[in-house]
Design a protein around this ligand. Sequence first.
Ligand SMILES: NC(=O)c1ccc[n+]([C@@H]2O[C@H](COP(=O)([O-])OP(=O)(O)OC[C@H]3O[C@@H](n4cnc5c(N)ncnc54)[C@H](O)[C@@H]3O)[C@@H](O)[C@H]2O)c1
Length: 272
Amino acid sequence: MSKNVVVVGAGGRMGKTIIRYLLSGAVPDLKLIGAVDLWDCPDRDKDAGLASGAKESGVKIMTDLSALVPQTDVVIDFSSHHGTVGNAERFAKWAKPAWIIGTTGIGADGKAAIAAAAKIIPVVFAPNMSLGVNLLLALLEQAGRALKDRGYDVEIIERHHRKKKDSPSGTALGLGQAVAKGMDLDLDKVAVHGRHGMANGERPATEIGFHAIRGGDYVGDHTVIFATEGESIEISHRASSRDTFAFGALRAASWVVGKKPALYSMRDVLGV
Ligand SMILES: NC(=O)c1ccc[n+]([C@@H]2O[C@H](COP(=O)([O-])OP(=O)(O)OC[C@H]3O[C@@H](n4cnc5c(N)ncnc54)[C@H](O)[C@@H]3O)[C@@H](O)[C@H]2O)c1
């Protein structure tokens, strides 16, 4: 049976990519029934398909989500931390729909609101929806476990396009979290963001360093370095197109409908 989808952040880079994929029929059980963005979105009131560079969809980009909710099975949300966190309480009150969250840069309070909503509706929340990065998470946890207490320094370097608002990327933090889990470290206590000047001194063994590069049109590159005396290991992922995130989001949307209320990750969706 077809599952009705609403895309929030429909006028953005990811929203448009997701809408193009949805209309291409790449995931046949999903049907676009709504598209939502802010009042100042240049594509407001336009056909969501045409605005995305695809065929006419018959769905206009609107500013109000609430009217669509009764017939919606799943919302795919790639908007902003305000937009996403603002929906958490409403979805919990309405006890629907299922929710796929790709938005990054969400702080601790926002995450708590999402976790509260996930007690009532099924939620997939992942800073990166690609199969490659989610496989990397599993590999990094394993690497962290193998290299724990063996003198390997961990540094994470990421590159994104000049318009990205949050740094480091949610993906970089997720990769750091996977290594920290493997090494039995608390990422909040060991994360260091960039270095400058003398105050840092020598590098302590347990640090996990994050370095964010911004420029041009990088879709998203991440490298995790494990360096010790005598050798280093670098594990990298490069996204060359947003299609990989969009396809992952649609896969998650198809998977989540009908699941029990809980906070799921892309690793749950992909089984990696
Ligand atoms: N999880 C992943 O795989 C993944 C991949 C790429 C990007 N992202 C994240 O997705 C988010 C969007 O990325 P983007 O590159 O498409 O950004 P973008 O700025 O191109 O698009 C965001 C869109 O959301 C709209 N928006 C903002 N607040 C809104 C609200 N309250 N209600 C409705 N619409 C709202 C904006 O007007 C804009 O059109 C960012 O947080 C980004 O880091 C996640």
